[in-house]
Design a protein around this ligand. Structure first.
Ligand SMILES: [Mg+2]
Ligand SMILES: [Zn+2]
Length: 192
């Protein structure tokens, strides 16, 4: 008999760490110093930790592909996110990251891949490797692409609505057909 686990999938930028307002507009953190946790994420991750539900990060990180940073900088930002969670006594157990972009400038990362959200590739890979029951699992994101990926994989979807992005993205998120829409991560704790 093969009993599969329930997992709690989380997007990173805009859900675990806040988006950052730079001169050119909203973006994911471009430096480790710019990483700030979203209010309530430690409680969400902590609740899953307490219930022994694996927390799995599912993130598009095309910064290196686009030539905005090098691999070392990208890793330092990622590490900072996890360090801040650790300082709150909580942890993300696994991470699955797509580094590709169809219009990159770094040849080996420039491609139409199967893992970049809205495609469900990362969720499907995690489910295979970690023996996860997707139908029992939640995917918490903040963009329409997260909802699309979650639905395509057969997860229950939660979208965290915030206004730290360009108006079109904010609007798109509000209209996304998520199973749950929340304005605060505090509302997510009781769903876990
Ligand atoms: Mg996001
Ligand atoms: Zn990819």
């Amino acid at each position: 008999m093969n009993i599969k686990n329930k997992a709690f999938f989380v997007d990173r930028d805009g859900v675990v760490n806040r988006m950052v307002r730079y001169e050119g507009g909203w973006d994911s953190p471009q430096k480790p110093e710019d990483v700030v946790l979203v209010d309530g994420i430690a409680e969400v991750v902590g609740q899953a930790n307490k219930k022994n539900i694996p927390v799995v990060e599912i993130s598009n990180q095309p910064g290196v592909a686009k030539g905005k940073m090098n691999g070392e900088q990208s890793r330092a930002i990622e590490e900072r996110v996890h360090e801040l969670l650790k300082s709150q006594g909580v942890r993300i157990d696994y991470k699955y990251i797509c580094q590709h972009h169809p219009k990159g400038v770094v040849p080996e990362l420039t491609m139409v891949c199967e893992c970049r959200k809205p495609k469900p590739g990362l969720l499907l890979q995690a489910a295979r490797e970690l023996n996860i029951d997707l139908e029992k699992s939640f995917f918490l994101g903040d963009k329409a692409a997260d909802v699309q990926a979650g639905k395509a994989a057969g997860c229950k979807t939660i979208i965290y609505l915030h206004d730290e992005d360009v108006p079109e993205k904010v609007e798109e998120a509000r209209n996304a057909p998520a199973d749950y829409k929340v304005n605060s991560l505090k509302e997510v704790v009781k769903l876990i």
